[in-house]
Structures are given as structure tokens and as C-alpha cells.
Design a protein around this ligand. Structure first.
Ligand SMILES: [Ca+2]
Ligand SMILES: [Ca+2]
Length: 140
């Protein structure tokens, strides 16, 4: 199974993440680090992810996101994209987007408080939608 691992870090110690790393995984094996062109394509993903406030102090990597698609059909349109927000090996919380009729549009967004502001609301769902759309553009 393929997933994109996303790690945000607060390198400057200002209490907010300033750096985002991407790693491409397949079957728990690191396949490659993000290239410059991956980083360009993932620019708005990074911005959205930083708003989720799921980051590490300094160069820590415990907190991260694993995002992956499932049931990718022949036309390349996945039925489900899942987001697992990890604390080390454990999943701290999750979100998902489902394309029920396989038309490429994601009708159902399941999310909790993904941006950690204490409220589970429309903003959280819109962040999940944005992350999923930007992730799908990378085609991993
Ligand atoms: Ca649909
Ligand atoms: Ca929230």
C-alpha cells in the first residue's frame, strides 16, 4: 500500500510549524523523499497542513500524517482517500473522503477536529477536502 507521509516541524521554536517534509512510502518502505517538483506541486498542501497544527518541536518526526487512496479504479479516480494523523506508530485521529458514485467528486467528508482548534466544524471538513484534492494531484 502506498502512502504519503507528511511531517511538520517547528524548527525555529516559535510555537508553530515552519517546515513541512514529504516522504513517499510503499508497504512501510520509504521509496523516496520529495523532489523539488513534488514540493512545488505540494505547495498549497503544505499551507493547508500547517493550519492543522499537527507538528513536532525541533526536528521531531513523531507527529505526522499518512494520506493514501483506496480502490483506485482504471480511470485513476479513487473511491476513498484516508488521512491518518499519527503520534508515532499510533493513530491519534482520522479523516476520510469518499467518492460514492465514482464520478471523481468527493461527496462525503468524514472528519473530526483536524486543525486542533477545539471545534469540529465546517472548517475542518474544508481542510480535509483541500488536502485530499491536493494529494490526488500528486498521483501517488
Ligand atoms: Ca462522486
Ligand atoms: Ca477544528
Amino acid at each position: 500500500m502506498r502512502y504519503l507521509k507528511v511531517i511538520a516541524q517547528d524548527r525555529s521554536g516559535q510555537g508553530a510549524a515552519d517546515t513541512v517534509h514529504f516522504q513517499f512510502y510503499e508497504d512501510e518502505q520509504l521509496q523516496r523523499e520529495a523532489t523539488e517538483s513534488d514540493r512545488q506541486r505540494l505547495k498549497s498542501f503544505s499551507k493547508t497542513y500547517l493550519k492543522c497544527a499537527w507538528f513536532n518541536e525541533g526536528e521531531g518526526e513523531e507527529r505526522h500524517l499518512r494520506i493514501f487512496s483506496q480502490n483506485r479504479s482504471a480511470d485513476g479516480s479513487p473511491e476513498t482517500v484516508r488521512l491518518h494523523f499519527h503520534e508515532g506508530p499510533l493513530i491519534a485521529y482520522k479523516a476520510a473522503a469518499h467518492d460514492l458514485d465514482n464520478d471523481g467528486g468527493l461527496e462525503v467528508i468524514l472528519s473530526s477536529d483536524v486543525d486542533n482548534d477545539g471545534r469540529s466544524d465546517r472548517t475542518d471538513r474544508s481542510r480535509v477536502t483541500a488536502l485530499v484534492k491536493q494529494f490526488l494531484k500528486v498521483g501517488w
